[in-house]
Write a protein that binds this ligand. Structure first.
Ligand code: MGD
Ligand code: MGD
Ligand code: SF4
Ligand code: MO
Length: 698
């Protein structure tokens, strides 16, 4: 059954889920496979419950093991040849009738680098469409854009996680690693942890200081703390003079945001803002880290920019033992946004509208640079026009479940329903797959080899540990099969991961995210390779900003940012803020983790978390099922009371399906630069379950 050399001890691989990519060992067993935690710097030998239970899905009855094709309205088992044949003829027909852009693709940040790369190439070369984007647009695109503005480059954490051990103080903003990356918490300081989160999360419980701003007001808070840094004499002037540009212009905006003013906007006491400034300034080593709570706003890029300005004023980025970092979320969140599944991108973090980049990549692909399409639409904008006059008529989805995870999910499901043709490749029948015309069953992490790039920008090798069940194929194999049927030479779309990686290396050579010096052999030898790795002898770049930032003059940019507040403020009709996020025992849309009994026992369904006084004002009791109503839809879920909640805010996890989808509520207002939606704030009202809402567009 096994193919690897170290049968007795199992194969060294990494967890299928989040960006921490905990090291694990997978061994074939009577029940399929067992997993053990393995020593790796990010996890220090630990794993969370999702990691421990991850092998269950390999043999779960929920697992897809045969292609399905819709016949007379019903998904029926089919063989691979027929399924791929149906896809090919439908895509060719749609392309002939409506043009190449009538076929769209939607990828995922959980896919290996090889898959992301081949998917982008498949779109541009085999289909000739510009219409490709992916779920990472919902995930870290705002921090990516802010990082590029400030530092000239997007390496989420430009230092190894273990560097955090040197910190006396860490400011953690909009991040709840105690639930979203439990083993990461070991890297945080015992004292000196400051958490900014509207909820008193398990992470906030561990903090020396917890600031609890109203959702969507972070940017004002960042301005207030920066004001305190300057006014109280904590500005690192020599750093600002020698390593940055743009402080004076930024200060002109910040000068108006004295802490008392910020207190009125955010609800965070002025004294606490000053305390944070003083704690960070007093620390010998300090870090500022952000995650989705900071980013998932229509002003996410500016909000992250506000926090980066604070880090620069304190002289943190690009110093050994200090820094700014953004915690990427998905398993390959970092690599997934580097190799071309993004609407505006070519491999190596190259831009599709850069003539030199087109020339280089087209050369590697053996095609004419002029044949490469232009940039396409961003994720939500793509989903929003499916089936419309000028939108795609067919969509191929690899590694995402937008029926549950996209904003304004009721509308997105409607758009998916308006397509002429939907194809989903998945390991389970996700809510999106259930709507498809063809479903392709693919291999899972332990059944295939491939590389991932973790939250530190370190490239990892996942080794195949067990054979897949009969009937499933890898995503690479699927793309190979489809490309060949679409008339491409077979060798242009290899199905072997290492062959794809060799091509990716060449395509990324000379790009910002240069992987050309990485080989499977180096990874097998256990080398810690953080990109850029421009040559085979190159040791990698764990800390790219120590000497200089990635702008031509080597300096970081202060970027003046203005506070506007949430896109949808509360009003008399919708008087409460709804915010959304994660639970330890569920992952993302829940497609994988809702199939695991042990996890369902812990987190079986959605809930609406609120302060007891909020519940009392509405005449609601704990456990009672209520309706949360927004301008876009409504959710039915039981009330959960938490006395640490803000009275103006309710929280819903987004992992659940059907009428419990938090995204039926969310506002698809997009950041103007990153095109990331405002998942973290929308205006809602609460109603008892029996009443009917009238003004919703489900
Ligand atoms: N268990 C579990 N772990 C996961 C995942 C999962 O689904 N489940 N997903 C993975 C992925 S893809 C990601 S992106 C990461 C996400 O990891 P995190 O960013 O840690 O997760 P979230 O729960 O989305 O958001 C973090 C916090 O932001 C807070 N928040 C809401 N609004 C605001 C605001 O306006 N300002 C601030 N400062 N905070 C706010 C929420 O209360 C929440 O506690 O987790 C990864 N790990
Ligand atoms: N309200 C709200 N909504 C959110 C968020 C939020 O905080 N609040 N967070 C957003 C964020 S940060 C993210 S990252 C998205 C994530 O949301 P989704 O994009 O829906 O992510 P997953 O649930 O991980 O979907 C991955 C799908 O791919 C399948 N899959 C797993 N591995 C593979 C593989 O190798 N190949 C193929 N073909 N399929 C595979 C899984 O079974 C699953 O169905 O959700 C976003 N939506
Ligand atoms: S923290 Fe993330 S990578 Fe580690 S076991 Fe949990 S889900 Fe897997
Ligand atoms: Mo994410």
């Amino acid at each position: 059954m096994t193919v690897t050399a170290d049968v007795r001890t199992g194969a060294a691989t990494h967890c299928p889920y989040c960006a921490l990519q905990c090291g694990m060992r997978v061994t074939p067993s009577d029940v399929g496979a067992t997993v053990e935690a393995r020593q790796f710097p990010t996890n220090g030998g630990g794993m969370c419950q999702k990691g421990w239970t991850s092998a269950e899905l390999l043999t779960s009855p929920a697992r897809l093991t045969t292609p399905l094709v819709r016949v007379d309205g019903e998904l029926r088992p089919a063989n691979w040849d027929d399924a791929l044949g149906v896809i090919t003829s439908r895509l060719l027909g749609i392309r002939e009738r409506h043009g190449a852009d009538a076929v769209g693709l939607f990828g995922g940040g959980g896919l290996t680098n090889e898959k992301c790369y081949l998917l982008g190439k498949f779109a541009r070369v085999a289909l000739g469409t510009s219409q490709i984007d992916y779920n990472g647009r919902f995930c870290m695109s705002s921090a990516a854009a802010a990082n590029i503005k400030a530092f000239g480059m997007d390496r989420g954490m430009p230092f190894p996680v273990t560097d955090l051990a040197a910190a006396d103080a860490i400011l953690l903003v909009g991040s709840n690693p105690a639930e979203t990356m439990p083993p990461f918490v070991q890297h945080l300081p015992q004292d000196g942890l400051i958490v900014v989160d509207p909820r008193r999360t398990p992470t906030a419980e561990q903090a020396a200081l917890h600031l609890q701003p109203a959702p969507g007001t972070d940017l004002a808070l960042a301005l207030g703390i920066l004001h305190a840094v300057v006014a109280d004499g904590h500005l690192d002037e020599s750093y600002v003079d020698t390593r940055t540009v743009g402080f004076d212009e930024t200060w002109r905006v910040v000068a108006r945001w004295w802490p008392e003013h910020v207190e009125r906007v955010t609800g965070v006491a002025a004294a606490d803002q000053r305390r944070v400034a003083a704690m960070l300034a007093a620390a010998r080593n300090a870090y500022l880290l952000t995650a989705r709570g900071t980013e998932q706003h229509a002003s996410g890029v500016n909000t992250v920019g506000g926090w980066i300005n604070l880090a620069l004023a304190l002289g943190l980025p690009g110093r050994h033992g200090s820094g700014y970092g953004c915690l990427t979320g998905q398993g390959n969140g970092q690599g997934g946004r580097e190799h071309g599944q993004k609407a505006d991108q070519l491999p190596g973090y190259r831009k599709l509208d850069d003539p030199a980049a087109r020339e280089h990549v087209a050369g590697v692909w053996g095609v004419d640079p002029d044949s490469l399409p232009a940039s396409g639409r961003s994720a939500y904008e793509l989903l929003d026009v499916l089936g419309a006059e000028d939108g795609p008529k067919a969509l191929l989805v690899f590694g995402s479940n937008p029926v549950v995870s996209a904003p304004r999910a009721g509308h997105v499901a409607e758009r998916l329903g308006a397509l002429d043709f939907l194809v989903v490749a998945d390991v389970v029948l996700s809510e999106t797959a259930a709507m498809a015309d063809v479903v392709l069953p693919v291999t899972q992490w332990a059944e295939e080899t491939g590389t991932m790039t973790n939250l530190e920008g370190r490239i990892l090798l996942r080794n195949k540990a067990i054979d897949p069940p009969d009937g499933v194929r890898s995503d690479l194999d699927v793309l190979h099969g489809l490309a060949t049927r679409l008339g491409q030479p077979p060798e242009r779309f290899p199905a072997e991961p290492e062959a794809v990686f060799t091509e990716l290396r060449a395509a990324s050579r000379g790009g910002v995210a240069d992987y050309s010096g990485v080989t499977y052999q180096r990874l097998r030898d256990g080398e810690a390779l953080h990109w850029p790795v421009p040559e085979e002898g190159h040791p990698g770049t764990p800390r790219p900003f120590l000497d200089r930032f990635h702008h031509p003059d080597g300096r970081a940019r202060f970027v003046p940012v203005r506070y506007h507040g949430p896109a949808e403020p509360v009003d008399a009709e919708y008087p409460l803020i709804a915010t959304t996020g994660r639970l330890l025992a569920q992952y993302q849309s829940g497609a994988q983790t809702r199939a695991i009994d042990e996890l369902m026992a812990v987190a079986p369904e959605a809930f609406v978390e609120m302060h007891p006084d909020t519940a009392e004002r509405h005449g609601l009791a704990a456990g009672e099922t209520i309706r949360v109503v927004s301008r876009r839809g409504e959710v039915a879920a039981p009330v959960r009371l938490t006395s640490s909640a803000r009275q103006d805010t309710v929280f819903l996890p987004f992992h659940f399906a059907g009428a419990q989808r938090a995204n039926l509520l969310t506002n698809p207002a997009l950041d103007p630069v990153s095109r990331m939606p405002e998942f973290k704030v929308c205006a809602v009202r609460l109603e008892p379950a029996e009443r009917n809402g009238a003004d919703v567009d489900m």
